[in-house]
Design a protein around this ligand. Structure first.
Ligand code: ADP
Length: 397
C-alpha cells in the first residue's frame, strides 16, 4: 500500500510517500515559500536522490501539483502514475472537542475542521488548503485527517478545564487541548509494547523538540498534557515562552505603547523561550550547548531553565499518575541530547530514577537508558508521526 502523508503549513507543505506496514519511505520532500515564489526539495532515500527546483507556487494547489509531477517523474519519481497512491493522510492541528480520533474526510469533516479555525487560526486554514489541493489533484482519492489534539481527548475535566468562568468553556470551548498528540500516541504505545504490554501502565512522554510538550499516559490513555488551548503553554521551548503569568502580558503591553495583543502573542510564540534566555543567540539546542561550552552564561541559563522546567513537569505528572513505570524521551532534543536528558533526570533521583551513563550516549535510536537498578524504566524512542498518520489512513480507507 502507498500512502501519501501531507503536513500543510501556511507557506510550506511537507510530504512523504510511504508504506504503512513496513514504514519504508519511498520519497519525501518539502514545498516552501508558497504564496511567495515557491521551491520544491524532493528526496528519494533508496537512491540518494535530492532535487531542488524553483517552481511558482501561488497557492497550495500548485504545490501539490508539483509534488504529483515529481512523484511520477521518470528520472526522480518513485511511481508510474498517481493511481498508485492508495490514499492521502493529512496532519491537522486542531480537532477541537469534535475529534477524538482520525477521520475519513468528507464535507462534514471539512466543515468541522473549518469550525475549529477560531481555536487553530494559523494552522487549520492551511491544513484545509492542503486537503482541498489534494481533492483537486486527485479527485475521489480517499483522504484521512489525523488530529494533533485527538490523543489528548481522554483527559478528565480536572485536567482540561481552566479555572475561568464556565461560560468560556460552554460557549467558546476554551479548555486545555494539547498538541503533538500523534507523537505522544506513537511513542506511548511503543513504550507499553517495550514494557511487555502490561494490563496497567503509567508512562510520561517528553516530546522535546523545537516545540516541546509532555504527556501523562495511564493504561494507554492520556490523562494530562502540558500544552493548552494553543501550543504556547507548558515548558519553555525553542522560541515559545511556555507557561507565563497573564499579568506579564498586561505589563509588557502597557510598557510598549504600540504593541497590539497579536504582536504580544507573536512575541511570546516567536521571540521567547531558550532563544530569549540566550539573549537572542539561538533556539537550536546545538548552538546553546556550543555557547555554554565556551562559557556563555546566557546559553547556560537557557539550558538549565529548560531542564528544570521539564523536570518539574515530570514530578507533577508522576503525582497526577500516582506513580510512574516508564519515562520516555523523544523528538529532536529528546532523541539527540544526552546532556539534556541527564540534567532533567538529575531532578528525579528522589523517585529512584537512575540513568546508565553509557546507554544515555545514544542519539536517534531506540534504547533503554536507565540503569538496571532504576525504579523507573527510562527510554529513548524516536517518534514517527508520519508513520502513525499513514497507519491511521490505511486503517480507515
Ligand atoms: P520540531 O519541533 O521543529 O519538529 P525537532 O523535533 O526536529 O523540532 O527538534 C529540533 C531540535 O532538536 C533543535 O533545537 C535541535 O537543536 C535539536 N537537535 C537535533 N539534533 C540534535 C543533536 N544532535 N544534539 C542536540 N540537539 C539536537
Amino acid at each position: 500500500m502507498n500512502i501519501l502523508v501531507i503536513n500543510a503549513g501556511s507557506s510550506s507543505l511537507k510530504y512523504q510517500l510511504m508504506n504503512p506496514e513496513t514504514g519504508e519511505v519511498f520519497a519525501k520532500g518539502l514545498c516552501e515559500r508558497i504564496n511567495i515564489d515557491g521551491r520544491l526539495t524532493h528526496k528519494v532515500p533508496s537512491k540518494d536522490i535530492k532535487v531542488v527546483r524553483d517552481i511558482p507556487m501561488p497557492t497550495h494547489a500548485e504545490a501539490i501539483a508539483a509534488v504529483m509531477e515529481i512523484l511520477v517523474d521518470p528520472e526522480n519519481g518513485v511511481i508510474k502514475s498517481v493511481d498508485e497512491i492508495d490514499a492521502v493522510g493529512h496532519r491537522v492541528l486542531h480537532g477541537g472537542m469534535k475529534f477524538v480520533s482520525s477521520c475519513l474526510i468528507d464535507e462534514a469533516c471539512k466543515q468541522a475542521i473549518r469550525d475549529c479555525i477560531p481555536l487553530g487560526p494559523l494552522h487549520n486554514p492551511a491544513n484545509l488548503m492542503g486537503i482541498e489541493a489534494c481533492e483537486k489533484a486527485m479527485p475521489g482519492k480517499p483522504q484521512v485527517a489525523v488530529f494533533d489534539t485527538a490523543f489528548h481527548m481522554t483527559m478528565p475535566p480536572k485536567a482540561y478545564r481552566y479555572a475561568i468562568p464556565t461560560k468560556y468553556f460552554e460557549e467558546d470551548s476554551l479548555r486545555r487541548y494539547g498538541f503533538h498528540g500523534t507523537s505522544h500516541r506513537f511513542v506511548s504505545k511503543r513504550a507499553i509494547e517495550l514494557m511487555g504490554n502490561p494490563a496497567e501502565s503509567k508512562v510520561i512522554v517528553c516530546h522535546l523538540g523545537n516545540g516541546s510538550s509532555l504527556s501523562a499516559v495511564k493504561n494507554g490513555e492520556c490523562q494530562d498534557t502540558s500544552m493548552g488551548l494553543s501550543p504556547l503553554a507548558g515548558v519553555p521551548m525553542g522560541t515559545r515562552s511556555g507557561d507565563i503569568d497573564a499579568c506579564v502580558v498586561q505589563y509588557i503591553m502597557n510598557k510598549e505603547k504600540n504593541m497590539s495583543i497579536d504582536d504580544c502573542l507573536n512575541m511570546l510564540n516567536k521571540q521567547c523561550g531558550v532563544k530569549a534566555l540566550s539573549n537572542g543567540l539561538s533556539s537550536d539546542f546545538r548552538d546553546l550547548e556550543a555557547g555554554a561550552a565556551r562559557g556563555d552564561e546566557a546559553c547556560e541559563l537557557a539550558l538549565r531553565k529548560f531542564c528544570y522546567e521539564v523536570g518539574k513537569y515530570i514530578g507533577a505528572y508522576t503525582a497526577a499518575l500516582n506513580g510512574l513505570d516508564c519515562l520516555v524521551f523523544t523528538a529532536g532534543v529528546g532523541e539527540n541530547g544526552p546532556e539534556t536528558r541527564k540534567d532533567i533526570c538529575s531532578y528525579l533521583e528522589f523517585m529512584g530514577i537512575k540513568l546508565d551513563p553509557e546507554a544515555n550516549k545514544v542519539r536517534g535510536d531506540e534504547m533503554k537508558i536507565s540503569a538496571p537498578d532504576s525504579k523507573v524504566q527510562v527510554w529513548v524512542i524516536p517518534t514517527n508521526e508520519e508513520l502513525m498518520i499513514a497507519q491511521d489512513t490505511a486503517e480507515l480507507c
